[in-house]
Ligand binder design. Structure first.
Ligand SMILES: [Zn+2]
Length: 118
């Protein structure tokens, strides 16, 4: 157990830091609070995102979604243009769990399912 304030290490039976008088927390690895997130999937299909995020939740993989409204002028991925006002949502997952997340959703992906080598 360590003190989140000063970083002092204590034995397990000590509940609080002597100096800071704050509850001790489980020791964490360096950098665990600064997880990088990587874009996993991008779509305008709300139902699809429901499936993806449900699986990520089940697996305990940190995720967030970032939405942006398409202007209808910029081709995405060099392909079709989105309709004006269409919400394009990107699911980001923790980079250290990315491979796991990719496998979880690969059978949900209508485009890359057959394409994904592994
Ligand atoms: Zn302390």
């Amino acid at each position: 157990m360590i003190c989140p304030e000063c970083g002092s290490e204590y034995e397990n039976d000590v509940p609080d830091c002597e100096g800071c008088e704050v509850p001790l927390v489980e020791e964490v690895d360096d950098g665990v609070e600064e997880v990088d997130f990587a874009p996993l999937v991008e779509s305008t299909d709300v139902a699809y995102f429901g499936l993806v995020t449900a699986r990520l939740e089940e697996a305990g993989i940190p995720w967030f979604v970032q939405g942006e409204t398409s202007l209808g002028v910029l081709p995405r991925d060099g392909g079709e243009m989105g309709d004006p006002g269409e919400e394009v949502v990107t699911v980001h997952v923790a980079e250290n769990r990315f491979r796991e997340a990719r496998q979880l959703v690969r059978d949900l992906d209508p485009v890359e399912a057959d394409d994904w080598g592994g």
